[in-house]
Write a protein that binds this ligand. Structure first.
Ligand SMILES: Cc1cc2nc3c(=O)[nH]c(=O)nc-3n(C[C@H](O)[C@H](O)[C@H](O)COP(=O)(O)O)c2cc1C
Length: 169
């Protein structure tokens, strides 16, 4: 699949098959994600493939409605950015990590996987962050959901190019 096709075909999937994505494939996605543009090559991104023990500990402390949402995908990858003390670097590092996350979604699409970029509000809570081993020096950028597709979600239209593009004279 070429890049244009992956960009056009990627969708937010909220339903998945049960088969987890192998650690080897997740590693491939991380290997690709880390080629994202990154000012000063700070390597700000951190990727955690959440295993059953961690997922069970989170399920035990979040509300039932959230548990149901977290169980939608067989594979969850937490993407965080290291929090720099320098405000410019901190902003750029989050942007670079977002670019890496998008690369991960496109690479997943190319592999026929369904995906979903989610930012659960409970991942801002101290109790959940403690289970994940997140200190104040990491910002959650995405909880990437991955798994086999079981639906074919329709495209959500965007504003047309003429609404968002100008040639500045
Ligand atoms: C930074 C970021 C955070 C997001 N967080 C959520 C979220 O918490 N819940 C959700 O349903 N979708 C979330 N999304 C996905 C968007 O809602 C989704 O991309 C949008 O509806 C367009 O649909 P599409 O991805 O199928 O094109 C997030 C996307 C981004 C970029």
């Amino acid at each position: 699949m070429d890049v244009d096709s992956a960009i056009r075909r990627r969708r937010t999937h909220k339903h998945y098959g049960a088969e987890p994505v192998s650690e080897a494939v997740v590693r491939e996605l991380v290997e690709l994600a880390r080629w994202a543009p990154n000012h000063k090559l700070t390597n700000p991104w951190r990727f955690r493939l959440l295993g059953p023990e961690t997922r069970a500990r989170i399920d035990a402390i979040v509300p039932e409605a959230e548990v149901m949402k977290l169980r939608r995908a067989p594979t969850l990858v937490l993407v965080t950015a290291a929090r720099s003390d320098d405000p410019v670097r901190a902003e750029e590092d989050v942007l670079a990590t977002a670019a890496a996350t998008y690369a991960m979604l496109l690479a997943a699409t190319e592999r026929g996987l369904a995906s979903y970029w989610r930012t659960p509000s409970c991942f801002r809570e101290a109790s959940v962050r403690a289970v994940l081993g997140l200190g104040d020096d990491e910002v959650v950028v995405a909880l990437v959901h991955l798994g086999p597709p079981v639906t074919d979600p329709p495209a959500k239209e965007r504003a047309p190019v003429d609404d968002v593009f100008r040639v500045q004279p």
